[in-house]
Ligand binder design. Sequence first.
Ligand code: DC
Length: 235
Amino acid sequence: MADQNSEQPLVVTLDGPAGSGKTTVARMVADRLGIAYLDSGAMFRAFALRLGARSWTWSEEVLRDRLDGLEFTLRGRGGQSVLLLNGEPLGEEIRREEVGMWASNLAKVGVVREILKQAQQRLGAGTSLVAEGRDMGSVVFPQARYKFFLDATPEERARRRWLQLKEMGVEEDLDALIANLRQRDEQDRNRPIAPLKPADDAVIIDTAGLAPSEVVEKIVEIVSDAPTVDAENTA
Ligand code: DC
């Protein structure tokens, strides 16, 4: 599916803080539109897992060297989209809380953001997608026609994450999750490069009290002038 107005691949951006519900919503929107889903946070997590703790303190030269030759590709579409690093699907280990914290630290480093921005733009240039993250609308795809920013209080977001982890069989302390989220928010919102903030032209949706399907409806309604299905993206 292409953006009807420009004949470019369609890019829908969906940004917001950790636990705002954007992952669930982004997957569902991608399903509804029949286009790929890009989880940009997973790219930061994959780098963080590969490089390990304290890698954010390394020099630019060392980071460049260690990240050189790593290539992301995207297969499939909707909720079935799979992100691959050098041909290998990203594993579940990237979802660990600890890896999320490492990713947040690594995401403050300019060279890492630059490398991932280029990778994200390459993916978006070749394939219509719903791009989910922190700076998809503000920095990576400033020309995207449809931009959304989801938000909710830290308590609400921590509660959701707690439930999500519980469903995955992981027991976490709720207070610790709230503290962790606040710390990540602080880091993500206040970093000098590409801080978490809505693009000037983003539609802001407060997700408190809304089911994911209700948020999806709001978004799909706005994107409704785009065609809904095609076969372009299946890799
Ligand atoms: O969405 P997530 O929680 O999986 O992302 C993990 C970390 O990666 C997050 O704390 C900040 C960083 N990130 C970013 O800086 N920019 C993005 N577009 C996506 C994620």
